[in-house]
Design a protein around this ligand. Structure first.
Ligand code: FES
Length: 159
């Protein structure tokens, strides 16, 4: 892990991003995306800074951050595995694969493994329905998940 910027720096940068984008119509989501793009997650210190600029309560911002699956409240692991939980993948055994993956990686959905190697996140359709069940490891699509693919993923994230 690199050095984390100081709290005040995070708040100052979040306020700057919020001010730059505050004139957009419906600025909150773009601001949150930008903040996550910069820090890899939405740091807690960013919330009051954004709230101040937009004249919203912290609770309102917090509600939006927790509503959307896209936003991460904690820094991610070294690898991010997104596993599809939408219908086409479910109908092709996605449920069983999800269990195998959680077991093989020792991590639940929206969690990062204790060694920091991998974060597991649910997604709802990756556009890979023809290759269901599907996942994405660090942005690389993986289709037709089976026991072997799960073992491969586990090896990759630990290396
Ligand atoms: S439903 Fe899983 S990729 Fe479309």
């Amino acid at each position: 892990m690199g050095m984390q910027p100081q709290r005040t720096e995070i708040a100052a940068r979040a306020a700057q991003i919020a001010e730059t984008l505050s004139r957009l119509e419906g600025p909150l989501l773009p601001i949150l995306h930008e903040v996550q793009g910069e820090f890899g997650h939405i740091p807690t210190e960013a919330l009051p800074a954004i709230a101040d600029v937009l004249n919203l309560s912290r609770a309102e911002i917090y509600g939006v951050v927790s509503f959307y699956h896209d936003f991460r409240r904690e820094p991610a692991g070294r690898h991010v595995l997104k596993l599809c939980k939408a219908e086409a993948c479910q109908s092709m055994g996605g449920e069983a694969i999800a269990r195998q993956i959680q077991q093989a990686l020792g991590v639940g959905f929206n969690e990062t493994s204790a060694d920091g190697s991998v974060t597991l996140e649910p997604v709802y359709c990756l556009g890979l329905c023809a290759c269901a069940p599907a996942a994405m490891l660090d942005g690389e699509p993986i289709g037709r998940l089976d026991a072997e693919a799960v073992a491969d993923i586990a090896t990759k994230v630990r290396s």
